[in-house]
Design a protein around this ligand. Sequence first.
Ligand SMILES: Cc1cc2nc3c(=O)[nH]c(=O)nc-3n(C[C@H](O)[C@H](O)[C@H](O)COP(=O)(O)OP(=O)(O)OC[C@H]3O[C@@H](n4cnc5c(N)ncnc54)[C@H](O)[C@@H]3O)c2cc1C
Length: 325
Amino acid sequence: MGHIFVIAEHRQGELRDITFEMLYKARALGREHAHTLTAVVLGGPDSGFGDRLAPWADRVVVMEDDRLSAFDADIYTAALLKLVTDEAPFLTLMGHTPWGMDLAPALSVRAGLPVATDCVDILLEEGGPVAIRQIYNGKLYSRVGFKASTGYMMTVRPGAFSLDEAPPEDGAGEVATRALDAEVPESRKEFVEFVDTGGGEVDIAQADLLVSVGRGVGEAENIDAVKALAELLGGTLSCSRPVVDRHWLPKYHQVGTSGKTVKPKVYLALGISGAFQHVAGIAGAGTVIAVNKDGKAPIFRVADYGVVDDLFTVVDALKEKITSG
Ligand SMILES: Cc1cc2nc3c(=O)[nH]c(=O)nc-3n(C[C@H](O)[C@H](O)[C@H](O)COP(=O)(O)OP(=O)(O)OC[C@H]3O[C@@H](n4cnc5c(N)ncnc54)[C@H](O)[C@@H]3O)c2cc1C
């Protein structure tokens, strides 16, 4: 039996979804392979994260200190290095997020533990853990094994695992507070303020019905037709990143890893190919309907319903149906 560590992530006093996605997976692995699950949370004084995480893990290690209030990779790495050295977890998980991308390589080198990044699944096999990663822009999955080690690390792609918002009923982890007992370096950064670029006229994260448009829409002028459909359906307009990059819609409409994670009951994807950075943002969607003129577009792998057609044909037909009926 070993320990699985999940490094919790938070922002503006809220635990991030990736934390619960990792806990969900780690809990299942722990139950299956008799490993204990420890959630590790670093933050400022009186964060309250320990109690929030307790139902999800067998144990929560809370490290609170003024120097941990804002994420600082140098300080967080030093703090985690001490913890990982002291407790020797079998597997340490963190998000493949700006936090994890900063922390994992440094921690891996300093702790001497092998790391696999951007994992979309985790298997625990006889010879050790196996990470499943995507290659060739998501077209193939690869199995990544590790050299034998006492511990292993992985960063986990947001949206790869379920997000079950209700805590497990049988969960009641013990919360242990630990001082920041590592020698931490002087911070090289100063946290000034958090600026949320996601704010705007609409909050796509709260919408029940999203009508989402991708590069397939062709040009800015064509978006009005899709917007009109969204309004007729009582839905909200969202989009993929190229639409924002081309300034066809403001950033707060963007779905995906560098946009927003959305959980609508229905997600209508029009002219969106289904790149993993986009699809990661709709993992919590109810029914996904995709319209794409390329029948081999990856979006059809995650769609519940698919239409292989020109998006404007479908948009016009839907508008006609709604207004005539
Ligand atoms: C670090 C990083 C972060 C990223 N973050 C995000 C993110 O948050 N969100 C995001 O969306 N992307 C993100 N991306 C970009 C992502 O990799 C893809 O490039 C992007 O999602 C593709 O957008 P798209 O599907 O609209 O365009 P494309 O991939 O160009 O697909 C357009 C699709 O439209 C179809 N099409 C064309 N014309 C029509 C028509 N008339 N009718 C029907 N179908 C048509 C085509 O067959 C095609 O499948 C990120 C990339 C990186 C590197």
